[in-house]
Design a protein around this ligand. Structure first.
Ligand SMILES: [Zn+2]
Length: 318
């Protein structure tokens, strides 16, 4: 059987699985913690994990490895230029791994990989003009134009989390103010909930206030409270949805996509998030763009980056 290994390299863990040419995962994943203290330890740890994976999935005889990571990937996908959560600055990661493992390595930005997966075996399967936003700790993005990922001249395209939605707004890690990431990420959801903590109407039994005092008010917790109907969390989610809508209006007007796929942990809010965001787009975006776009939740969850990394490896070696 012919497979490649798809690898999703995150700031806390690395997930590896055998992926066939259609994008199917053929065995339960291998997951190991990632080492992010410094570049050398990170690369050594990754080599170790991948050796383990090659052993574990050896019966499939993997022919190449596709690797998805956060950040900018360039020079025909051999080099990690920069990454927000990995100790990689202009690191020729593909060469290092290839020299150690003896298998062909292809790198891809994680949101690009997730988009390719959604447009091949996920909710956007078969569509050709698709935008993906991942709402997690940060906000990532990917652009598919006429069936192909758009990477830009230096591999840096798709930083849709850093489109400005609020002039003079919150200071972002990129140095600009008012980026979508500061208003539509898990951190933003926690901030919006924190602003409601202790309010008599929105936090009547002081659940948010108590969590805030214990520093336990994170995006995931607020998301869970919102899906259970807790008023302060629901109202925080709706505020985020309107900011997301502002970002979506720009994307709908600029790209006229047939679908925008929303993934990442914040997207687990489902219709609590999507319904008001769609309403905002219907009200503010231009025709015919706003009438032609579907705005939907991603379907592949945590496996999207890994499957997409596999598909990118297939593009190169298949
Ligand atoms: Zn920014």
């Amino acid at each position: 059987m012919s497979v490649v290994l798809g690898v999703d390299v995150g700031g806390t863990k690395v997930a590896v699985g055998p992926v066939d040419a259609s994008g199917a995962i053929l065995a339960p994943l291998l997951q190991e913690p990632s080492v992010v203290s410094d570049t050398e330890s990170f690369v050594d740890g990754l080599v170790e994990t991948l050796r383990g994976a090659i052993g574990q999935f050896g019966s499939f005889e993997p022919k190449a490895i596709g690797l998805a990571c956060a950040g900018t990937v360039d020079e025909a996908r051999r080099l990690v230029v920069t990454s927000p959560n990995l100790p990689l600055r202009r690191v020729p990661l593909a060469e290092s791994l290839q020299a150690s493992l003896g298998l062909q390595i292809v790198l891809e930005n994680d949101a690009n990989a997730a988009l390719l997966a959604e447009a091949t075996v996920g909710v956007a399967a078969g569509l050709r003009d698709v935008i993906l936003l991942t709402l997690g700790t940060g906000v990532g993005g990917g652009i598919l134009i006429n069936g192909r990922l758009y990477r830009g001249v230096g591999g840096g395209a798709g930083e849709l989390g850093h489109t400005v939605v609020c002039g003079g707004g919150e200071l972002c890690r990129c140095g600009a103010r008012g980026c979508l990431e500061m208003y539509a990420s898990g951190r933003a959801l926690a901030r919006f909930a924190d602003e409601r903590a202790g309010s008599e109407v929105e936090d009547p039994d002081r659940v948010l206030a108590r969590m805030s005092e214990r520093h336990r008010l994170d995006g995931r917790t607020v998301g869970r409270l919102a899906t259970r109907g807790y008023p302060g969390a629901l109202s925080a989610a709706r505020e985020l949805a309107i900011w997301l809508g502002r970002g979506l209006v720009s994307l709908v007007n600029a790209f006229n996509p047939e679908m925008i796929v929303i993934g990442g942990g914040v997207a687990d809010l489902g219709e609590i998030l999507l319904e008001p965001a769609r309403g905002y787009v219907r009200e503010k975006a231009m025709s015919p763009n706003k009438d032609q776009v579907q705005i939907v939740q991603a379907s592949l969850g945590n496996s999207a980056g890994m499957v997409g990394a596999g598909l990118v490896a297939w593009e190169v070696c298949g």
